[in-house]
Structures are given as C-alpha cells and as structure tokens.
Design a binder for this molecule. Structure first.
Ligand code: F6P
Length: 320
C-alpha cells in the first residue's frame, strides 16, 4: 500500500481538522495507507510521523486549531534538513504529501518536490485569505464570525457609553478580514493596506453625523496598516469623542470551525487526494467564482494576492 501523509503548516486555521479527517478517510477509501505528520515542517525533519488510525481522526471535526499542531520551520530552508525529511518519508513508505497551510508552506513543499520528487497537493488554509488564485482559504469564515461576535459586543458598550472603538483585525499585509468585517458590522471607518484613506474627509463626514446625533463610532483597522494607535488618538483629538482601542489578536485564529469551514475542508481534501491520485505532482486546490479546481504551484506563488474588487468597492466610502 502506498503511503500518503497529511500535515498542517504555518498559522493554524479553523477547518484544518475537518480537512485532516477527510484526507485520511478518503485516501484510505482509495487504497492508500494514510500517515499523519505532527508539528508541520519541523515534524517532517524530526520524524514526528505516525500511521493514521481511525481513532486519530475521530472526534476532531468540531475542534479549532490543528490536532496535528503546526510550526514555521526555518530549518527546512537547509538542504541537509530536507534530506533528513526525505529519508524519514522513505522509511515509512510515504510517496505523496498533502499540506494544509499557506503559500509559504506550499513554496517549501515545492522546493522539497524539486529536490526529491515527492508529489504534494496543497490545501489553502489561513485566516488572512491572501493566497493568490483562490477566493477562499480555510479558517476565514470562522475568523470572520469570531470578529463579528466581538464587534457586536463592542458596539453594545460603545453605544451605552457614547464612545468610539477602533478594532484591529489580523491579516498580515492583507485587508480582507477588516473589509469583510467592516461591511458586515456596519462600521463607520475601515482602514486597510489596499485602499488609500483620507482622514480629513473621514473627519468631515463623521463630524456632520455627530452633529446630527451619532453617539458612537466603530472603526475596523487591518493590522497591516499600522494605524490603530494613531487613529484612536486622532478620533479623540479631532472628533472629540472618547476613544478606545481593541486589538483582537489571536482570538481570531481559534474557535470551533463554522459549517462553511467544515464543508470547504471536506471539498478541498477530496480534491487534494484526487489530484495526487490522478498523478499530479505539485498542485494547489483553489475555489474560484463558485467552482473548485487546481492550479500549478507556480501560478500561486508567482501571482500577487488580491481582494475581491466588489468588496474593495464596498469599503471605499469607509476610508474617506
Ligand atoms: O497568518 C496568520 C496570522 O494570524 C496573521 O494574521 C498574523 O499577522 C500572524 O499570523 C501572526 O503570527 P504569529 O501567530 O506567529 O504571531
């Protein structure tokens, strides 16, 4: 029986566990012997690898994070470490890999493929939703719901106390989480790296609304703008509204995967197993305009990340 190993790598994301479960069960049904690699790329080097039992993936659907744990291993950049990883795979009879993670992990696995010709399939998973070529990455819906629930709570206190709240969302250099959250939570301001902002125009717009009786404000700021502190002081000093900053941080990465993330995980995992079963060697699973497909790794790593232009358009009135 040919071995197929499943790993999670990079920042954890809700939906990784359902993807692991489905990849194990589906690959077994096609006659493969599934293995689990723990601790991401580090575990590949350290031989943190074991055959997947039915019990290893039962009861994990509803759990956030990744039961396989994860890492961002710098050691994998060294050929010597990758050679050790390859020897580990050979020892276990593992001939194919499924990696659930971000484009950094895909790049690492592609280097591994160039070195040793071990085929891999990538499943996009990161709350940042910044992987080129796919509209959706696992973890995004759960993160958005986590942000929504927190902003809903913050609005209660903002309204009660007539305050402004700046809420900083994650996303690294990508403003997707901030934009989707600003639109769906009815925020008054949204600052993201993708859009130029005009504080004078924002000031004029909101001063009018305050004169008309607005008593609270919500601003959603993407961490990639590095503007949260400044905006909080600016609101206080310029608009004369008492302002507080809430940095949501890693709370956005945790929590039980939503139904959407569980379903997407299953569909991506089936697609990944099938891609390897067809003999494809280095493809990334993608979801574009409502359809599932695959893209060769270079199409993903050589393209810039972009956010749905319709969502960007919706946010424009919030940054000026
Ligand atoms: O890529 C996921 C992410 O949560 C980003 O949104 C954030 O910038 C980063 O990881 C945080 O990294 P760490 O968990 O290493 O602090």
């Amino acid at each position: 029986m040919e071995g197929i190993a499943i790993m999670t790598s990079g920042g954890d994301a809700a939906g990784m566990n359902p993807a692991v479960k489905c990849a194990v069960d589906y690959s077994r049904s096609l006659g493969y012997k599934p293995f689990l690699i723990f601790n991401g790329l580090r575990g590949l080097i350290d031989d943190d690898i074991e055959e997947a039992k039915r019990s290893s993936v039962s009861g994990i659907m509803h759990r956030g994070g990744t039961v396989l744990r994860s890492s961002r291993s710098k050691r994998f950049f060294d050929y010597e470490s990758r050679l050790v990883a390859y020897e580990n795979l050979k020892k276990h009879g593992i001939k194919k890999l499924i990696v659930i993670g971000g484009d950094g992990s895909f790049r690492a696995l592609n280097q591994f493929y160039s070195d040793f010709k071990v085929p891999f399939a990538g499943i996009p998973a990161t709350i940042d939703n910044d992987i080129p070529g796919t509209d959706y990455c696992l973890g995004v819906d759960t993160a958005l719901n986590m942000i929504r629930s927190n902003v809903d709570s913050i609005r209660d206190t903002a309204n009660s106390f007539s305050r402004a709240f700046v809420v900083e969302t994650m996303g690294r250099h990508c403003g997707y989480l901030a934009m989707a959250s600003a639109v769906t939570s009815g925020a008054e301001i949204c600052l993201v790296p993708e859009l130029e902002y005009d504080l004078d125009a924002i000031g004029e717009r909101l001063r009018l609304q305050i004169e008309e009786g607005r008593n609270f404000l919500i601003a959603i700021v993407a961490e990639g703008c590095n503007m949260s502190d400044y905006l909080t002081r600016w609101i206080h000093d310029t608009l004369k509204v008492d302002a507080r900053l809430t940095i949501l941080g890693h709370i956005q990465r945790g929590g039980s995967p939503t139904v959407r993330d569980r379903l997407m995980a299953f569909k991506f995992a089936v697609a990944a197993v099938e891609s390897l079963h067809r003999g494809e060697t280095s493809n990334i699973m993608v979801y574009r305009s409502g359809n599932f497909g695959t893209l060769p790794i270079h199409k993903v790593t050589d393209s810039p990340a972009s956010v749905d232009p319709a969502l960007v358009e919706l946010c424009k009135p919030l940054c000026r």
